[in-house]
Design a protein around this ligand. Structure first.
Ligand code: TRP
Length: 497
């Protein structure tokens, strides 16, 4: 009764359903607001060299590893890792715990801002000064991470909507929820982004914006920071080290072309980033043209781009400004949701694998905990918290998890053994073993050490040290604590034996 044998495991109904869900996880807010900025900052077109190199030597090989191990072990990250070596179950838990109770808590909050801005677009509610509107009226940001003020009511509502949607999609299961949602989300997202890019290409000044985005500055490639940005962006954008691809691959049928799928997911994701970048820079080019400012005065990244620069441009558009806003914020909401549901699934499947609880109960409790956890980020100091937690989890959590995953699969399990499994359906060169065993952990190690050196030389973002230690370090300890608790709880199956 309730035994999770491989034959009872849910499966994707169609192969394209799996691909779209994995692509949905990979394409997220990062593709729209982070990639274009990184590209601009790091030498424009020249940045594409380290970026595509990182895709080739880290992104695709690591994607093959995650899809391969999930497919072979037919389990979420903790189950898969414990089947490799029972002492390593904790690593799988830690990855999904810090993504679920770290990254996704604030990621959902950012999606909820997009929901608010989607609604604001109908009346261009941000008015003539979007900067002031965002920080003072919308977030009512305080001056200090510990001056938390109160919970922002408008955010509470949209956050509820986001967690409700997360819950609904995952609650309905792999085939009826995730697969169906992504089959609607992904084509819609592609159509919307193409409309937006086509539209922005026609704006006056667009082409000069595009020139600035892609003009190669090969000198920049001499800087280590540029390479580090490329390698860490590839890791984050492909959702690697999140335990997500492992869980998604565990629902694949036996005969699957793992290499081909990994290449497809990675390339579609990175092409999406490039195309989104075209749209973003055409729009910024238009703004520079309208305000007669040089491009470097109008370019901004992430939150500033989506919630300040874009609203400003939207209000300036001569025709259908509101429609542009509605389409843009819909893109962000869709891209965000298809990523956030993927970790909810990865976590739920870990719990279901180990304890055998019913999916609907697990997903409901997790979504409720997620919603409550997100409340920490919708106070008036929420933006500071998001910034600090994001920095620690993406700079350290993901990277440390990735290195350990390479050690576990490359050395303890043996990369060659996993390659033999993959070879049953796909071709894969033995060179892959070296990438997994040496090149990837070494590159991630360099990123990590470089980050640590910067960290001790000056506190991140000029926040007080105390805030960094309490919020960033506190989050790390909190996730490790829960990792130990879940790891050491007996599995329902081991109790029975
Ligand atoms: N790849 C996503 C991006 O580029 C990030 C992401 C994927 C993510 N899955 C996630 C973030 C789950 C939070 C939770 O934006």
């Amino acid at each position: 009764m309730g035994e999770i044998s491989p034959s009872h495991r849910p499966q994707w109904n169609t192969h394209i359903g799996f691909l779209l869900a994995a692509i949905g996880s990979a394409i997220g807010l990062g593709n729209i607001w982070r990639f274009p900025y990184l590209c601009y900052k790091n030498g424009g077109g020249a940045f594409l060299i380290p970026y595509f190199l990182a895709l080739l030597i880290i992104g695709i090989p690591f994607m093959i590893l995650e899809i391969g191990i999930g497919h072979k072990m037919r389990g979420a990250a903790p189950t898969s890792f414990s089947k490799v070596n029972s002492k390593w179950e904790w690593l799988g838990w830690w990855q999904i715990i810090f993504v679920m109770f770290g990254i996704v808590l604030y990621y959902s909050v950012v999606i909820s801002w997009c929901v608010n801005y989607f609604i604001f677009s109908f009346n261009l509610n941000w008015g003539p000064d979007p900067n002031n509107f965002f920080f003072t009226k919308f977030l009512a940001l305080t001056k200090h991470p510990f001056e938390m003020g109160s919970i922002r009511a408008p955010l509470l509502f949209s956050l509820g909507v986001v967690w409700f949607l997360n819950w609904l999609i995952v609650f309905k299961g792999v085939e009826k929820g995730l697969e169906r949602a992504n089959k609607i989300f992904m084509p819609l997202l592609f159509v919307l982004i193409l409309i937006l890019v086509g539209w922005s290409l026609k704006l006056p000044g667009a082409l000069s914006g595009l020139g600035v985005y892609l003009k190669p500055d090969f000198e920049k490639l001499r800087q280590v920071g540029v390479w580090i940005d490329a390698f860490s962006q590839i890791f984050f954008t492909l959702s690697l080290g999140f335990g997500i691809m492992i869980a998604y691959a565990s629902y694949l049928p036996k005969k699957t072309q793992i290499v081909k799928d990994s290449v497809t997911i990675s390339i579609v994701n990175c092409s999406f980033s490039l195309i989104a970048g075209v749209g973003v820079f055409c729009v910024l080019g238009y703004m520079a043209h309208k305000l007669s400012l040089p491009m470097d005065k109008v370019v901004s990244k992430s939150i500033g781009l989506a919630f300040v620069a874009f609203p400003k441009v939207i209000s300036m558009l001569p025709v259908l400004a509101k429609v542009f806003g509605i389409l843009f914020f819909s893109c962000l909401v869709i891209a965000g949701l298809s990523s956030s549901v993927s970790i909810l699934e990865a976590f739920a499947s870990g719990i279901i694998d180990k304890f055998g609880y019913p999916r609907k109960v697990v997903v409901s409790i997790l979504s409720l905990l997620g919603f409550l956890g997100s409340l920490a980020f919708i106070t008036q100091a929420g933006l500071f918290w998001i910034d600090i937690v994001d920095h620690f989890l993406t700079q350290y959590g993901l990277i440390i998890g990735g290195v350990l995953e390479c050690v576990l699969i490359g050395w303890i399990y043996k990369a060659s053994k996993l390659r033999m499994h993959i070879l049953s359906c796909s071709k894969l060169s033995p060179l892959w073993d070296y990438l997994i065993k040496i090149v990837i952990p070494a590159s991630l190690g360099i990123i990590l050490i470089n980050g640590l050196v910067k960290e001790v030389s000056s506190p991140y973002g000029e926040y007080p040290w105390l805030a960094i230690i309490l919020i960033g370090g506190g989050w790390l300890i909190f996730t490790l604590f829960w990792t130990l608790i879940v790891t050491f709880r007996p599995s329902r199956y081991s109790v029975r034996q």
